[in-house]
Design a protein around this ligand. Structure first.
Ligand SMILES: [Zn+2]
Ligand SMILES: [Zn+2]
Length: 73
């Protein structure tokens, strides 16, 4: 599979899901902000539109509440 150079790298849903699981496992299935283990989501530190890539270093586990907070500011 080749990716066009101009477009930001976007993973297909299946690869993204496995990447998500990888992030959750790395972060110990806990929100990295408050430590809860429920309603976990994976957040892009760098927004995709801002050249944020679907890479492990760019992703962090947050719960729904902390995730919403990050996006609200
Ligand atoms: Zn949280
Ligand atoms: Zn986010």
């Amino acid at each position: 599979m080749t990716r066009p150079k101009a477009a930001p790298s976007r993973l297909d849903p299946l690869s993204y899901e496995s990447l998500r699981q990888q992030i959750l496992r790395r972060d110990g299935w806990r929100c990295q902000s408050c430590g809860t283990m429920s309603k976990l989501e994976v957040h892009h530190r760098e927004f995709r539109s801002h050249s944020g890539a679907d890479s492990e270093e760019n992703l962090i586990t947050l719960c729904a509440a902390c995730h919403a907070k990050v996006h609200r500011r």
